[in-house]
Design a protein around this ligand. Structure first.
Ligand code: GTP
Ligand code: SPV
Ligand code: MN
Length: 581
């Protein structure tokens, strides 16, 4: 066994005896290993070479057409007590779940190679980072983990040096049969078992399974936060540095905001990218929250990514990227809806493109690329201490009601706002798209324990960190009666960030409304913006009747979580109700 860690050696041996692979490969993370795997995948058709002149080092992977997104209905939290998983999770008793999964894993790697992937979530030398090992029979998973995490020998050495716990993730694509597909989490055992899917968050176990579901559980026990948030750096023309963390549900704009390019007139303002999906935050000695991005790469939504919407993303996608379920053009370049006016000839399933069959690229098609390839990459992403967070933003996709930006009255009100954010569902998970559901802190699919306890943990952060950031909500997705977005979004979201900074600095007063603080007329910079006064006013109108209904709906939602819901946020809801009366 190429490890000195007794428990790791024992576990790998146990898994090999169960799954019976032909070969066991310990991943080192070397470039030679990457090349060899790429060649193997090209031979087997798991990778399709894209145009190497326009896109050197880029490959296309077509997943099984029945395996294109996370499967929330097949994802379970297996705590000893059902009550601890909460109504926000599917639950199965640990014994039953292990038995079910071990039966699936029995002999499943015969004729296959078993890859052992040691990985580190976060900078390899950071005290905030945590390690895991994923065992998988999917070379596609290995190639993605290589870009998404610090993977290979350095991670193994850290695991050995710590000689303690690491997260054990066992994965097999199995038969890719949706009837034999489960993603199980055992938070107490720091264990994940995933079978039957090769896609994204179902299979790249460092991401949602470890860095959110297991980590949220650990974070609660240890007094920190593991969140579905981007982290961006913002430098003002005066050279002052800020960091903002923002939680939006899947496919609701984190990647785009994380690499925003400010509009022309914002000379001297600069946005840098620390992370686009996951944020681990810990109270520092100064009472502030210090954050790291546990990931080393992006697994981003392709549709809608263009030179106008997200030039930074487009710029990093012409080299060393993996594309999953996109279309291709006649000259073999990757293509997706909203990219440019090239014409797709082959759709995501590999069929000749025919608009009657739906979009050319799957709505949840994705790119995988290293963080360092991003033109707005922040060097701070490697800082072992992380970055101090100045503001937290919660958001979602709401066609109506919810204003463009709104500031919480205080921390507990901010927790209430985060806990009750709702959003239209997207193609990032299987199920119906466009249904409004509450998605607290964008963690509905990712919180590894009871939401009531999670809200309480958020409230309790006040005792652990005396210098907490201000909290805001945003909504880029309001629509007019013709179904058009009312706010231009993307780079122009800088205008909202600027107002947030002004509030942090105490440079502007705000309009006090029943639901929070909003910009006073003229304080949100709309210079050179093509937006009429009525539309702008509508983005900040508080529809009292609509909000009274929203509050009633929130009552019902919180009732689902019973008496685990903290009194503090019930009090804040009551205050809002009275202000709306
Ligand atoms: P996950 O990776 O699933 O967690 O998604 P994400 O939150 O990173 O979402 P992403 O930034 O990839 O955006 C998803 C979709 O929303 C893309 O099609 C974007 O083009 C679109 N989008 C992002 N920001 C905006 C915005 O400000 N306005 C509008 N109208 N659309 C946006
Ligand atoms: C999300 O759905 O929030 C993602 C993509 O970031 S996945 O890794 O598939 O979960
Ligand atoms: Mn995400």
């Amino acid at each position: 066994m190429p490890t000195t860690h007794p428990e790791l050696a024992r576990w790998v041996d146990e898994v090999a005896r169960l799954t019976r692979p032909d070969i066991i490969h310990w991943c080192t993370g070397s470039p030679e290993e990457a090349d060899a795997l790429t060649r193997l995948m090209l031979e087997k058709g798991e990778f399709i070479e894209l145009n190497q002149e326009t896109h050197p080092g880029c490959y296309l992977h077509r997943s099984d057409p029945q395996d294109v997104a996370r499967v929330e209905h097949l994802t379970f939290i297996c705590t000893p007590e059902k009550e601890d998983a909460g109504p926000n999770n599917h639950w199965m008793a640990p014994d039953e779940a292990h038995a079910k999964m071990d039966a699936l894993f029995d002999g499943c790697m015969q004729g296959r190679t078993m890859y052992v992937i040691p990985y580190c979530m976060g900078p390899i030398d950071s005290p905030l980072s945590r390690c895991g090992v994923e065992i998988t029979d999917s070379p596609y998973v290995v190639q993605n983990m290589r870009l998404m995490t610090r993977m290979g020998t350095p991670a193994l050495r850290r695991i050995e040096a710590e000689n303690g716990d690491f997260v054990k993730g066992l994965h097999s694509i199995g038969e890719l049969d949706p009837e034999r597909r489960f993603i199980m989490h055992f938070p107490e055992e720091l264990t994940i078992k995933s079978y039957g899917s090769g896609y994204g968050g179902n299979a790249l176990l460092g991401k949602k399974c470890h860095a959110l579901r297991i980590a949220s559980h650990q974070a609660r026990n240890e007094g920190w936060l593991a969140e579905h948030m981007l982290i961006l750096g913002l430098e003002s023309p005066e050279g002052k540095q800020y960091h903002i963390a923002a939680a939006f549900p899947s496919a609701c704009g984190k990647t785009n905001l994380a690499m925003l390019i400010p509009p022309q007139e914002y000379k001297g303002w600069k946005i840098t990218t620390v992370g686009d999906d996951i944020c681990w935050m810990r109270p520092g000695e100064d009472g502030r929250l210090w954050a790291i991005n546990p990931e080393a790469g992006f697994f981003g939504v392709t549709p809608g990514t263009s030179a106008t919407t997200n030039p930074n993303a487009l710029a990093m996608l012409d080299k060393d990227a993996i594309f999953t379920n996109v279309a291709v053009t006649a000259d073999n370049q990757p293509w997706w809806e909203g990219k440019d006016d090239q014409v797709p000839v082959t759709d995501w399933k590999g069929q000749p493109y025919n608009p009657d069959n739906g979009p050319a690229a799957h709505p949840n098609s994705r790119f995988t690329v290293a963080l360092k390839r991003c033109p707005s990459y922040s060097e701070k992403a490697e800082d072992p201490q992380g970055v101090p967070i100045d503001a937290i933003i919660f958001g979602g996709r709401r066609a109506t009601l919810v204003p463009l930006v709104n500031e919480a009255r205080n921390w507990n009100h901010g927790v209430l706002m985060g806990a009750t954010v709702a959003s239209e569902t997207t193609a990032a998970a299987t199920g119906k798209v466009g249904v409004v559901r509450r998605d607290p802190m964008a963690m509905k699919p990712f919180c590894g324990y009871h939401f009531g306890d999670y809200f309480q943990h958020w409230v309790n952060m006040q005792e652990k960190a005396k210098n907490l950031p201000k909290v805001f909500t945003v909504n880029w997705f309001r629509k007019d009666t013709d179904g058009r977005f009312m706010w231009p979004g993307f780079g122009d979201n800088m205008r909202v960030l600027e107002w947030i900074i002004k509030r942090i600095e105490g440079q502007v007063e705000a309009e006090s409304t029943p639901i929070g603080f909003m910009p006073k007329t003229g304080d949100l910079n709309t210079d050179d913006l093509d937006i009429d006064a009525d539309t702008l006013a509508a983005l900040f109108t508080v529809d009292s009747e609509g909000w009274r209904q929203e509050v009633a709906d929130i009552d019902d939602f919180l009732a689902e979580y019973g008496d685990r819901v903290p009194e503090e946020i019930r009090v804040e809801l009551e205050t809002t109700r009275q202000k709306l009366a």
